[in-house]
Design a binder for this molecule. Sequence first.
Ligand code: GLN
Length: 502
Amino acid sequence: MTAAFGVVSISASVRSGEVRALDVLDAHLEVVASHEAGVHAFNEVTAEQARVAASMIDGIVAGGGDPGPLAGVPIALKDNLCTAGTPTTCSSKILQGWHPPYDATVVQRLAAAGAVFVGKTNLDEFAMGSSTENSAFGPTRNPHDQTRVPGGSSGGSAAAVAAGFAAGALGSDTGGSIRQPAALCGVVGAKPTYGLVSRYGLIAFASSLDQVGPFAMSVADAAALLDVISGPDPMDSTCLGEATARSASRLGSGVEGLRIGLITEMQGAEGMADDVKARLALAADALSGAGAKVDQVSVPAVTFGLSAYYLIAPAEASSNLARYDGVRYGLRAPGSADITDMYLRSRSAGFGDEVKRRIMLGTYALSAGYYDAYYGQAQKVRTLIVKDFAAAYENFDVLLSPTAPSTAFEIGAKSADPLTMYLNDVFTIPSNLAGHPAVSVPFGVGDDGMPIGVQVLAPALAEPLMFQVAEVLESLAPPAPLSASRRSLRALGAPADRGAAL
Ligand code: GLN
């Protein structure tokens, strides 16, 4: 029962007064205390602030007020989301010790809805990576097997939910950083349509691709979180100006008669494991058994997605990361001869290898003489991908693919070879380039017993339809394995002490 300790069930029982927000929080903090040392999901656990917030929620409930739709729900925040007064590091030495002066819009919205923040989660430095091994503060470990990676870059958020440290989490997804770790940790993770969610206070990696999105133990819980964080924001000019249909509005509608396309180019990609392929086929059969019309569809340009992404994302990153110069934020190398020397020494000491690699790639792709050949070409490929998706959606309502090419790999297995690491995102990147939504849903395990995710892709702003299909997929999936620490959370939730709905 993945709904136990879920977002929707916790808020319902806190709102009704059946359970105290403080008890829900304490149950999660006990699991953090016993398992965080092994998992390392957090850069910082904000237990004291969380207790204050939870007590306030309980006070509102006791006084007969409305504590909000996420009352008392423990949430973990990726450490690239600004939190006023709480350090926000992007898991980089260059931002160590920096305290943002404001909360990101998504953080404000969660707080206003009654959520309780458990802590800031580890990530690949500046969200560049697929394993959370690129953190300056050490890797996060997969709660299902601590010798393996949780995926990345939002590996800390995915691990926090899988481990039972929080009921939900926020991550950011530029090329797959929510969906791939969700798949590897056996949780649900969704990237919304570009512009559905405000990026104000999300520290920029590649601004035309970045989106904030939710992690949760169930599709309904992920949709509930997304509905709280989405919507217009005057602080982000790329945020859509008008409210859209609620992501949860079509849950429970089934898939009868829906046309689902299996992306041909995503069934035999380089490095794709047989067990992942087999799971995808089972997922497609299950949906067709539930009344959907499932067919193959070719989306040819997606095969160039990875190459285009690794020009566009580094190009934007090289510009976005120019602001870390030792003057305004975080680290400043001491003893410099002049300002140029200070920039050089601060950036050399503050950035890790992968970030430096991206800055160099991006600067090269944008340089005079190479701009048209690299950055310009990549933008053309991006347009082709948009066109090919549009053609596919003329005949299909949603598309289906694996989320990641394999289950979680051993820590260290791919860190020496950046290209092999980049291949992790081959199925997730096209949705970022197109600006479309996509969600990863756990669908059984691989030969090694580790979780496998299936991805549901939808056209722009079709989140309601995407979650509708995802929920059916979830209901047809084999029972998901719970990590040992999440099982211990369930054990704490004995109905007599903590309320049946927990
Ligand atoms: N793994 C991809 C990268 O390294 C995607 C990262 C992300 O989505 N933030 O760029």
